[in-house]
Design a protein around this ligand. Structure first.
Ligand SMILES: Cc1cc2nc3c(=O)[nH]c(=O)nc-3n(C[C@H](O)[C@H](O)[C@H](O)COP(=O)(O)O)c2cc1C
Length: 324
């Protein structure tokens, strides 16, 4: 029988399937369900700085009195963090699998001020969900990249926990950013987050939300960047985005991922789909004569390829000249 165990950020996982941060991992009870269905680890729903900020705005009701606003800010921030640390403690006492906390902050001070409290609650690792919307034409690419790197450095200076950074897909060079994040103190980088999908309602002339869930075709982008990043940096890679089946998870491992994070497929098929996915990975390994994941991880990455130029191809040349 295939051995599915993997080491992720120094943590021992029974298998490479990690339930990614979402409404599926908001409570300790849900984390228990993930474990029962066969998850190797879970990433808790993120604590969002902006959500706490929205509470502060509601509570302060437009008051201009700065001292009052400061007081409300302190209370709301404390309440938000205490509720989150309670979930971490409850989850940790309910399951044996690693529990990874997740924070999304938009201002660097916030990370610096609160990350230690969250670390003290006992999570096995921390995933930093860093996302900046570069809407301002005055923000240069360098400034944006530096924000990511300085944030990781600041968190690393405050906590000893294993750190992963979850990023979006839109960077000029993913391998270069992953390596910078590694040197800033992150053991792993999660490729990729799925952001709010924007759509337009043409009848009512207003913005609307697109589908929050991914489809299997979204895996193509994840695989592209895994294959060219694996082996070129000491950062471990977690695949995320479009993994809907055991076969998809195998593809991510062949591309170089340490673990496969899943979300949309569990919204569609329930937690029990983790059992099916885990069995599919094991049966694929048996069929191909692999007893451990390390025997095939990254086998189809650019680093291990005899035709590395094949990975650098961006365009369908034949399509451009009208043949295919
Ligand atoms: C409803 C929903 C809520 C999510 N909430 C979070 C979150 O709190 N923090 C986070 O880092 N990612 C969040 N995500 C993103 C997922 O963790 C994951 O990165 C993304 O959905 C891609 O994986 P998938 O293709 O398996 O769905 C959320 C996704 C969905 C669909």
């Amino acid at each position: 029988m295939a051995d599915l165990r993997v080491q992720y950020m120094g943590l021992q996982l029974e298998n490479p399937l990690v339930v990614s941060s979402s409404g599926l991992t908001r409570t300790a009870e849900q984390v228990k369900q993930c474990e029962a269905a066969g998850a190797g680890a879970v990433v808790l729903k993120s604590l969002f700085e902006e959500e706490i900020q929205a509470h502060i705005d509601d509570e302060s009701g437009g008051t201009e009195h700065t001292e009052a606003v400061d007081y409300i800010r302190e209370l709301e921030t404390d309440a938000g963090i205490q509720a989150y640390t309670r979930v971490i403690r409850e989850a940790k006492s309910s399951v044996k699998i690693p529990v990874i906390a997740s924070i999304n902050a938009v201002t660097r001070n916030w990370w610096e001020d609160h990350v230690a409290e969250i670390a003290r609650a006992g999570a096995d690792a921390l995933e930093l969900n860093i996302s900046l919307m570069p809407y301002d034409y005055k923000n240069t690419e360098q400034e944006i990249l530096d924000f990511y790197v300085r944030t990781v450095e600041a968190v690393r200076a405050r906590v000893d926990l294993p750190l992963a950074v979850k990023i979006g897909q839109h960077f000029t060079s993913i391998p270069a950013l992953v390596d910078r994040l590694r040197w800033a103190g992150a053991q792993a980088v999660v490729l990729f987050n799925r952001f709010y999908q924007l759509d337009i309602d043409i009848e009512n002339l207003r913005l609307q939300s697109g589908s929050p869930l991914s489809i299997p075709a979204d895996l193509a982008l994840t695989l592209r960047w895994l294959t060219v990043t694996y082996g070129k940096t000491e950062a471990q890679l977690a695949a995320n985005g479009g993994i809907h089946s055991g076969a998809d998870a195998v593809k991510a491992l062949l591309a170089g991922a340490e673990v496969a994070q899943v979300c949309s497929t569990l919204y569609q098929n329930q937690y029990s789909h983790l059992t099916t996915m885990r069995d599919e990975i094991a049966s694929w390994m048996d069929r191909h004569g692999y007893s451990e994941i390390s025997q095939f991880r990254g086998k189809l990455s650019q680093k291990k390829s005899s035709t590395p130029e094949a990975f650098e191809r961006l365009q369908y040349i034949k399509a451009l000249v009208g043949h295919e």
